[in-house]
Design a binder for this molecule. Structure first.
Ligand SMILES: [Fe+2]
Ligand SMILES: [Fe+2]
Length: 298
C-alpha cells in the first residue's frame, strides 16, 4: 500500500506522463486518418481536447508535489517538445495547446511540500483519467479493426495502432491499481519485457519511416531493434542484475539516438515521414523507462 503522500505524488507523476502520451496518440490518429472519415477525425480530436483539459488540471496540482527525479527525467517534456509541437501543428493545420507545455516547463519540485491534502484531488484525477483512457482504448480498437478489415485507411502501421493500444492498457492497469491504493504487482521480466518490447517497436517504426536514403540512421535503428528483441528473449533465463543493466545500457543508447533524431527532424536535416512530435514522443517514453530502470537498478 502507498502512503497518502506517495499516492498523491505517484498519481500525479503517472498522469502527467501518460495524459500527454494519450493526447499525442490522438493527435497522430487525427492527423493520419483520411478526410473521407470526418466522424473519426472529430472523435479523435474530441478525446484529445478532453486530455488537454485534464492535463491542464494535473499540471496545476503537480507543481511542488512531483519528485526531482520525475522532473529531471525529461519524461514530462523535453527541451524539444514545444518546438516539435509548433512545427507539427503548422505542418498539419491542427492547433495544439502549447500553454500546457509552457506550464509543464515551469514545474518545480519541493521536497517539503505537504501533499497529503491533495489525496481526494489525485483520486478524482485518477478516476477521470481511467474513464477517459477506457474510452480511448475502445476508440483505438475500433480503428484497428476497421484498418484490419480494410474499411478505413490510415497512414500509420497497424502494428503502431496495436502499440498505442498496449500503452493505453498499461496506463489503465496502473490507474486501476492506484485506485486500490497500490501499484500493479509485476515480476521484473513482465515489467522489463513490456518496455523492451515498446523500445524494439519504436526502433522498427523509426526504421520504417525514415527515407530509404537515410542508410546510416536506418541501420542504427535496425541494430537497436535486434538488441531489444534479444533482451525480451533473454529475460527469463538471464540473471536479474544483468538484464537490468543491459536494458539500461540499450535504453540509454536509444534515448540518445531519439534525441539526435528529434533535433535533426526539427532542423529539417533528416529525410523521413516522421513528424517531429512523434520523435519527441518516443524520446519521452524512453526517458520514462530510464527513470524506471534507474529505480530498479538502485
Ligand atoms: Fe506512445
Ligand atoms: Fe510508444
Amino acid at each position: 500500500m502507498l502512503s497518502r503522500e506517495e499516492f498523491v505524488r505517484v498519481s500525479l507523476e503517472i498522469n502527467l506522463f501518460f495524459q500527454r502520451i494519450m493526447k499525442e496518440h490522438l493527435f497522430f490518429l487525427e492527423t493520419n486518418l483520411q478526410p473521407v472519415v470526418p466522424g473519426y477525425i472529430t472523435e479523435a480530436r474530441g478525446l484529445r481536447l478532453s486530455y488537454d483539459r485534464l492535463l491542464s488540471e494535473t499540471v496545476y496540482y503537480s507543481n511542488g508535489v512531483i519528485s526531482e527525479e520525475a522532473l529531471k527525467s525529461n519524461e514530462i517534456v523535453t527541451p524539444y517538445t514545444l518546438e516539435a509541437e509548433e512545427i507539427s501543428s503548422n505542418l498539419t493545420g491542427r492547433s495544439i495547446n502549447t500553454r500546457i507545455t509552457r506550464a509543464e516547463q515551469g514545474l518545480v519540485s519541493n521536497p517539503n511540500y505537504n501533499c497529503g491534502e491533495w489525496f481526494n484531488i489525485a483520486s478524482y484525477i485518477n478516476s477521470r483519467s481511467l474513464s477517459l483512457v477506457t474510452e480511448t482504448i475502445g476508440f483505438k480498437k475500433r480503428l484497428l479493426s476497421l484498418v484490419n478489415s480494410c474499411r478505413i485507411f490510415i497512414s500509420l502501421y497497424p502494428e503502431m495502432l496495436k502499440h498505442l493500444i498496449q500503452e493505453a492498457e498499461y496506463y489503465s492497469e496502473i490507474l486501476n491499481s492506484l485506485q486500490k491504493g497500490s501499484l500493479p504487482r509485476k515480476t521484473l521480466c513482465e515489467e522489463l519485457n513490456f518496455w523492451n518490447y515498446i523500445m524494439r517497436e519504436h526502433a522498427q517504426f523509426i526504421d520504417g519511416m525514415l527515407d530509404p536514403s537515410e542508410a546510416a540512421l536506418k541501420e542504427t535503428a535496425e541494430t537497436a531493434a535486434k538488441k531489444f528483441e534479444k533482451l525480451v528473449e533473454e529475460c527469463i533465463k538471464a540473471a536479474e542484475s544483468k538484464i537490468k543493466q543491459d536494458s539500461l545500457r540499450a535504453t540509454e543508447e536509444i534515448k540518445n539516438y531519439k534525441a539526435a533524431a528529434t533535433m535533426g527532424l526539427i532542423k529539417c536535416e533528416i529525410k523521413s515521414i516522421i513528424p517531429p512530435l512523434l520523435a519527441d514522443h518516443v524520446l519521452r517514453e524512453a526517458n520514462h523507462y530510464l527513470r524506471l530502470l534507474r529505480m530498479l537498478n538502485k
